[in-house]
Design a protein around this ligand. Structure first.
Ligand code: RIB
Ligand code: CA
Length: 307
């Protein structure tokens, strides 16, 4: 059965690919945007670019322009000034459906059963929705996030960007008690990397989605290599979509996961209890492994459907 989802994002190159995949593999009830990789105005414009490019019916609702408590932070070094550097920036005619992403999330969950929330940016909108309407926690089928890590961080030695950018929001979401909370952390997404071969395969596909993705990846791969020693650039956000649509690609382990708010060196760290006999509730299905080659095959098949 095709899952009904709300994708909450901060496009962002990998968010854009997550939208492309969700557009074919799921029924997107709405796209909500949040400040993250770029300021809210740009992440929202970038989401509109994606819905217009892909001719998706999904509405875009703008959300939080800043985290709950810490100052806004962006990732220009990874995604460029626009948040979607690389391809020529298309003109768009579409506009946001509302500036009330949180209200949209609450209303949509209250009037539809079995919705998956797929947040792939800072968790500010989701935390605000849970705080305003705690009843939505039991109503959703599950939450599949890209965020955190059961290993090293990226922004700091211990913290991953989405959680680090709004640790208070992440703490609310991890502690909310969702019946299913799937976590695609950096320990997982660094197993799902793109390279020149994939970019060549996308250019061979040759439709508007795959060519736009190839232009995105040219920038994203070069930017990753400039900043790290990694040969392949991790394709983070599509993992959160695939964990819902193709769970058989992943190895999940039930874990207790808490978010560090105050640590001098660990603020924004997802503290994953690996002991197996801790007292804390096992609140999260943490992803430890993924079949990368099969996942990339699905990515190419999915993008070929836009021809
Ligand atoms: O740390 C990776 C995450 O931060 C991804 O969601 C990327 O888009 C950025 O938001
Ligand atoms: Ca993102």
């Amino acid at each position: 059965m095709t899952p009904n989802i709300i994708i909450d994002c901060d496009p962002g190159h990998d968010d854009a690919i997550a939208i492309m995949m969700a557009g074919q593999l799921t029924n997107i009830l709405g796209i909500t945007t949040v400040s993250g990789n770029a300021p809210l105005s740009l992440t929202t414009e970038n989401a509109l670019i994606m819905t217009e490019l892909l001719n998706l019916d999904a509405e875009v609702h703008a959300g939080a322009s800043r985290p709950l408590m810490v100052a806004p932070r962006h990732a220009e070094e990874a995604h460029g000034r626009s948040g979607l550097d690389g391809p020529d920036r298309p003109e768009i005619s579409r506009e946001v459906a509302s500036n009330d992403a949180v209200g949209f999330i609450i209303e949509t969950i209250r009037t539809n059963d079995d919705i998956w929330l797929v947040p792939v940016g800072p968790l500010t909108n989701i935390a605000l929705a849970v705080r305003q309407a705690p009843d939505i926690v039991d109503r959703v089928a599950g939450v599949s996030i890209m965020g955190g890590s059961a290993g090293a961080g990226n922004v700091t030695a211990t913290a991953e960007f989405n959680v680090w950018a709004d640790p208070h929001a992440a703490s609310i979401v991890f502690d909310a008690g969702f019946k299913k909370l799937l976590m695609a952390g950096l320990n997982l997404t660094h197993q799902f990397g793109i390279d020149e071969q994939l970019i060549a395969d996308l250019r061979t596909l040759g439709n508007r989605a795959s060519l736009f993705a190839a232009d995105l990846f040219d920038f994203y791969l070069a930017s990753h290599r400039k900043r790290t020693h990694g040969q392949r650039a991790p394709l983070h956000d599509p993992c959160a979509v695939l964990a819902v649509t193709h769970p058989e690609l992943f190895e999940f382990q039930s874990r207790s996961v808490r978010v560090e708010i105050d640590g001098a060196h660990t603020r924004g760290m997802t503290v994953v209890d690996e002991r197996g006999w801790g007292e804390e509730p096992l609140n999260c299905e943490v992803e430890y492994g993924v079949d990368r080659d099969q996942g990339m095959k699905i990515l190419l098949q999915t993008l070929s459907a836009y021809s």
